[in-house]
Design a protein around this ligand. Structure first.
Ligand code: NAI
Ligand code: MG
Length: 398
């Protein structure tokens, strides 16, 4: 096996804690790699006025594969106040380095698997037909368009005159919003392009075929958001008909999906959605499989760059604990997604099997799995520390 170089981006808070554990697991599983560490996050904002320095962008461009912990983000005013005094008033403006990474590299495809582990005490439970509790096994993968739509950043308060004039050409705008003074308007656009809509939908179908899912569900709202959700649905129908006739295609509205997911989560396989709806659907499904301690993700670009990260944030309060208590599984699962992406499927499968074994045995559980609130004392109440959880996973690799 050729040696890989992986860019490790610890970031802030617990990001650095969990990344270290993921690297321990990768090493123990025999993954042959060098890690080059990249600077990203709050410290670099404060010290340099840039949370995503050019040298980090260069590292990712060179090596193409990055494992990312999490960063801390704060609102603009707070960010400005924490900038080092030497940099204040020099025109630095904070923006999220994650969004920066997505935009810079065009990481348009975001994949968020939500799979239940047998024996996870956080698994969703419902009442069955006979009145008894039953635990449906969830195995859903959300494909979220990651660069466009409502998070595309094209928005205004008090829009420029040309924008206002253009909006006034639309009869619905004139009728429903024409009464409002321009200064009192806030507008966020939802822009979709055919190219990136096709890419996310095709990626969803390819994944369904590769991993044996029976269906792809488009989760949008085409009956109301006719142009953009309508485009998603039309493209999905075309792609299914022309290239993937063996995969079933379903259509759910995002609101209804939020209701259906607690009724019959086992009915869904691959779900594809635009940016915000994918964000919502993936958080909602993650809640059924254990929440932030289990929610992993990957982001890919057209030219093969892959960034793999847990969906949780930096949980700054937990970073200062002398014994770390947060669950490393979301980060370790994200590392497994990286392994699959670079064709190290056997190592990924061994790690996943080890995680499954630890969870099913039920002896080693982090505080979230014991439904405790995240205080440092949890380790005296029987909760495994972050390190003990990682050790238990590593022990099962042998
Ligand atoms: P968060 O995800 O950092 O933490 C929320 C809560 O979830 C924690 O207090 C903890 O109770 C629980 N939690 C998170 N990760 C866990 C784990 N691995 N195991 C067990 N429990 C876990 O979100 P929060 O508190 O809203 O944001 C903190 C900072 O992180 C903010 O600055 C925010 O902007 C940033 N953030 C960064 C993200 C990223 O780097 N991808 C994503 C979300 C938030
Ligand atoms: Mg989210």
């Amino acid at each position: 096996m050729a040696k890989r170089t992986i860019v490790a981006l610890p970031g802030d808070g617990i990001g650095a804690v969990v990344l270290k554990e993921a690297v321990r697991v990768l090493d123990a599983a025999g993954f042959n790699a060098d890690y080059v560490y990249g600077d990203i996050g709050w410290d670099f904002w404060c010290k340099e006025g840039n949370p995503l320095p050019q040298r980090t962008i260069d590292l990712i461009a060179k090596h193409k594969i990055a494992l990312f912990g999490a960063i801390t983000s704060k609102p603009k005013d707070e960010a400005a106040a924490e900038l080092s005094p030497a940099l204040q008033g020099k025109g630095f403006s904070y923006s999220s380095p994650i969004v920066g990474l997505r935009q810079h590299f065009g990481l348009d495809i975001c994949v968020r698997p939500c799979r239940s582990y047998k024996g996870n005490p956080l698994n969703f439970i419902r009442r069955g037909k006979d009145g008894n509790p039953e635990e449906p096994m969830v195995d859903v993968v959300i494909f979220r368009q990651n660069t466009e739509g409502l998070y595309g950043g094209v928005e205004w308060s008090n829009p420029p005159q040309q924008v206002y004039d253009a909006l006034m050409t639309h009869p619905k705008f004139r009728e429903n919003f024409g009464w409002c003074p321009k200064e009192e308007l806030a507008v966020s656009t939802r822009i979709l392009t055919l190219k990136y809509t096709e890419r996310i939908i095709r990626a969803a179908f390819v994944h369904a075929v590769k991993y044996g899912y029976k269906s792809v569900t488009v989760c949008e709202k085409p009956n109301v958001i006719r142009e953009t959700s309508g485009l998603m649905w039309k493209v999905a129908k075309d792609i299914q008909k022309n290239a993937f006739p063996a995969i079933q295609l379903h259509n759910t509205n995002i609101d209804a999906q939020m209701m259906w997911l607690t009724k019959n989560p086992e009915d869904y396989g691959v779900i594809v959605a635009s940016n915000m709806f994918g964000d919502i659907a993936s958080d909602a499904f993650a809640g059924l499989i254990g929440g932030l301690g289990f929610a992993c993700s990957a982001q890919f670009s057209e030219d093969g760059i892959g960034v793999f990260e847990p969906t949780h944030g930096s949980a700054p309060k937990y970073a200062g604990y002398s014994i770390p208590i947060i669950n490393p599984i979301a980060m370790i699962e994200s590392a497994c997604m990286m392994l699959e992406y670079i064709d190290e499927k056997n190592i990924a499968a061994r790690i996943r099997k080890a995680i499954a074994g630890v969870i099913e045995e039920g002896k080693v559980r982090t505080y979230d799995m014991m439904k405790l609130s995240g205080k440092p004392e949890v380790v005296t109440m029987g909760a495994a520390s972050t390190i003990q959880m990682t050790d238990a996973i590593i022990a099962r690799l042998k």
